[in-house]
Ligand binder design. Sequence first.
Ligand code: ADP
Length: 636
Amino acid sequence: MKETKEFQTESKELLNLMINSIYSNKDIFLREIISNASDAIDKYKYLELTSEGKVPSKNYEIYISLDKKARTITIKDNGIGMSKDDLIKNLGTIAHSGSKEFLNKIKEAKEKNELDIIGQFGVGFYSAFMVADKVEVLTKTLNDQGYLFTSDGLNTYTIEEKEKEDTGTVITLYLRKSEGEEDYDKYLDEYTIENLVKKYSDFVRYPIKMDVTEKTPKLDKDGKEIKDEYEDKVVTKTLNSMVPLWKKNKKDVTDEDLNKFYKDNFMDFEDPLLSLNLNVEGVVSFNSLIFIPGRAPYGLYSQNFEKGLKLYIKGIFIKDKCKELVPDYLKFIAGLVDTNDLSLNISREMLQEDVRLKKMSDIIENKVISNLKDLKSKDFEKYLKFYKLYGDHITFGIYSSYGFKKDLLSDLLVYKSLNNENYIDLKTYKEKMKDGQKYIYYACGRSEESIKLLPEIEKYKQQGIDVLFFTKEIDEFAIKMMNDYDKVSFKNITDHDKEDLSKEEKDKLDIAEAENKELIDNIKEALKDKVNDVTLSSKLVDSPVCISTKDGLSLSMEKTINEVPGDEKAKANKVLEINPNHAIFKALDKIKADKDLVNKYSSVLYNEAMLLEGFDIEDKESFVKNLNELIENSLK
Ligand code: ADP
């Protein structure tokens, strides 16, 4: 019985896009169908290998045939096949999240008029309709009869029972008529198909065969070649080289091979920033290809982003995103692992707990990191490209391991700094430290510019001491976890303490504070709701005041913590530091007994300091009122 069904809405959208062919590279339909065929064979082979002889073995292959008269291309596989339900589920609806993602991308790109960026997305079965106006899928699973799915890709498809002997799937594409620049006839050309297979499907692990006509020397009746005489002969040819790239001898694999493999298999159209080809033998043995994408993978910053590498066991595809193979902070890497160490029968639950995967993950992590260190020393420009894309993740690696990974990762950190236009690393900072400098100094802010405005930075500038610029929220949190770099501790320049001062300087400050006690106490009283303390400072050069913090929680950390929704709010221990050498301080001394005036000046100075720390003024109305009164007074 023939049943007619409607495509799911999303499928219709995708089909529509395919037919109206916004997609410029029609050639990829063949890659998509072959890739499905290869997956289907993987699945069958997996059944065979785990069935203890119950599922018969086969000569696995994918067979392409061309019929010029009927204008069809047929792609046949002897894989797992599809049941009737599978046909409805897999071909009647968008089965694969990649296709959904593709749809979203196209919509986005359409809005921005950037259709050419779509490049090489995995678009799956529906891509057949770019070149065909009718597609037939004849398929059979192990213990079922065969079914024929037919569709013109418009609104509906039909399914009917149909005789088929062997398990597997035969897909027949009825090519569209060539029109103007749209040439579909070329797909009936053996040479075109051969080239497309070589280009896109060379590493498919099963033979992709086709009957091709070759000119062969004519033979005489004794079977000897006749010189210069040829005849056409049909031979079955395997079009792909089959050996997966990761199984090839390393020295035979070029960077171009790796780049191409990455682009063909990981839905990207840009070369990766870094490719690794690993053959590991030891406690665990595996082959692996690892790539760092040249742009952040789609959805990397969303909570639903799935990290992981493709997992193959004994050359058979097992799963797409094996998350156990990648530590969280490296979730941006793509690639695959093929190992003989695991059994094909391993269950998903066992996989999660398998210590061998953890070992592989550790090895991959170390290799990625050591290669990044290499890149950093050999091609700093390129490393910076990496760092701008994924530097936060590396920093997060230190933070999320509570500093445990600092030895592994700290040499990958780079920052801009007061004395350097370009980025520098901690090692360079340390080497350039001044005689007697005890700390690695840093300052936090939303941008380089805002850090340069911090009043506290003046002294460092004057003394030529370098200060690292932390412009990412995570930077300071990670540094707190590290505690020190190569035995030198870090210090935020806005920390309130006198550890940096010589005994002489300390004594001098103490005396000045004692002498100005009344003024300082009055300012303290004026700002009692805002700051925990008011002191004199030796940090400032040109500015009258700054806000520092005590006890390790800086203003920028306070801000970050408080941006996270929740009841618990953090409160930094703030101190207003006053520059005793500044004219304002000297002038304030004259009005110190007038509490009302001290209140107004203190409030303006506090707000000024907070502004430079990168905060907004809390009570704008009273700030402006105070300021106006003070201006008025001064003009009287
Ligand atoms: P994707 O391959 O990205 O999942 P497709 O639209 O290409 O998406 O295919 C949808 C599903 O249809 C596949 O996941 C697979 O389950 C099934 N399928 C497609 N082609 C075949 C085939 N030749 N043999 C068996 N199943 C297939």
